[in-house]
Design a protein around this ligand. Structure first.
Ligand SMILES: Cc1ncc(COP(=O)(O)O)c(C=O)c1O
Length: 393
């Protein structure tokens, strides 16, 4: 179906931070398949894990114990606030699991009227009916009604509005610690801490969507760790599978108390192939040396981007984000999509986002030489776009 506005580029293979198209043209990949290939392309450890599992068993369903699931769930719970995990094939399924879990928690507690979730304007949680109902963005919901009830939206960063939106029917607060699609906007450490206080004060569950900002992208395994504010429920996907479709909903035993046998399920979720890759990817991403690498490289990248904005004020207005989840807001009169297209010509991949931002989501293994190359390509694109806009005037 023609639902995507695709760039006319076809990739044949990838290697580390680079992709090669059918004509052999090389692209520096600062898109990572929208924050998925966090370990770069064709990482030998991930290939080995997938190959080894492919020779054993591909699929058995969740009618049986799946050893890889038990191992990956154990690793995830050891590394996080969570006690329990449900595996999915995508991000939005992990998010929906969180929503269902929250509703079931209060139902099981004898408070079925507490089924509403506060969400943030501009947030993105996926494309199922549930997730678009939470987003309420016109471009996503138009023509798809009736939508699902139960989501109350409040303005980004406005704690007064959030407090005012809490009613006896409120069950949870759901946020992306850093809005991705919404324009690479961090909610901030203080805001996150206040959320935890508010949730505790009103007996609400705190539900974080770390599908894009999690799994090492900010230089901590999960973005909320910067604020030291553990949630009660968290959905993860994208980088957790390094490119193999995998998502997970993590929760405390308390939050997941309603999720008993028969209440939820998936045929493929937690498939042995996905588990093998997920285990290998987690070992690499949770390595303190890799997280330190992300912090060091991201500081260099950010500094270079600030200088880029300084040198090209007619094209770039601002650097945003945390760690290697960075955004460049384009100046008024410059379209982010034109910048993305110009970068394609210069052999670099980025991702558009809301608020006229281009997202820079390099693999976490990015090196200094690749950062220098990215800045060079961005400068060339900025000069080209600057000249084109002056010609228009
Ligand atoms: C924050 C966030 N939540 C949810 C999703 C949905 O994930 P998926 O496309 O795997 O369903 C995305 C995808 O971009 C996302 O960025």
């Amino acid at each position: 179906m023609p639902v995507y506005s695709r760039a006319d580029i076809q990739f044949e293979r990838g290697e580390g931070s680079y992709l090669f198209d059918l004509d052999g043209k090389r692209y520096l990949d600062f898109a990572s398949g929208i924050a998925v290939t966090a370990l770069g392309h064709c990482h030998p450890v991930l290939i080995a894990a997938l190959e080894a599992q492919a020779h054993k068993v591909w699929h058995t369903s969740n009618l049986f114990r799946v050893p890889g699931q038990e191992k990956l769930a154990k690793r995830l719970t050891e590394l996080t606030f969570a006690d329990t995990v449900f595996f999915t094939n995508s991000g939005v399924e992990a998010w929906e699991c969180g929503v269902k879990l929250i509703r079931k928690h209060f139902y099981a507690k004898g408070q079925p009227e507490r089924n509403r979730i506060i969400v943030i304007e501009g947030a993105f949680h996926g494309r199922t009916l549930g997730a678009i109902s939470a987003s309420k963005a016109e471009k996503m919901v138009k023509g798809f009604g009736p939508l699902l009830d139960g989501f109350d939206q409040v303005a980004f960063g406005n704690l007064n509005e959030l407090r005012a939106a809490i009613t006896p029917e409120t069950a949870a607060i759901n946020i992306e610690p850093i809005l991705g699609e919404g324009g690479v906007k961090p909610l901030g450490v203080e805001y996150m801490r206040s959320l935890r206080q508010i949730a505790d004060e009103y007996g609400l569950l705190l539900f974080f969507d770390e599908i894009q900002c999690g799994m090492g992208r900010t230089g901590k395994l999960f973005a909320h760790e910067w604020a030291e504010t553990p949630p009660d429920v968290m959905c993860v996907a994208k980088a957790i599978g390094g490119g193999f479709p995998l998502g997970a909903c993590l929760a405390t035993e308390y939050a997941a108390s309603g999720m008993v046998a028969g209440t939820h399920g998936s045929t493929y979720g937690g498939n042995p192939l996905a588990m093998a890759v997920g285990l290998a990817a987690l070992d690499l991403i949770a390595d303190p040396a890799l997280l330190e690498h992300v912090r060091v490289q991201s500081a260099i990248l950010r500094q270079e981007l600030e200088a880029l904005v300084h040198h090209h004020p007619a094209v770039f207005a601002e650097v945003r984000g945390v760690g290697l989840m960075l955004g460049l807001r384009c100046a008024d009169g410059v379209s982010n999509l034109d910048v993305v297209a110009a970068l394609h010509r210069h052999g670099m991949l980025t991702v558009g986002a809301g608020e006229n931002v281009i997202r820079l989501l390099p693999p976490l293994i990015i090196g200094s030489a690749e950062i220098a190359e990215a800045i060079e390509k961005l400068s060339h694109a900025a000069i080209e776009i600057g000249q084109a806009s002056r010609a228009k005037v």
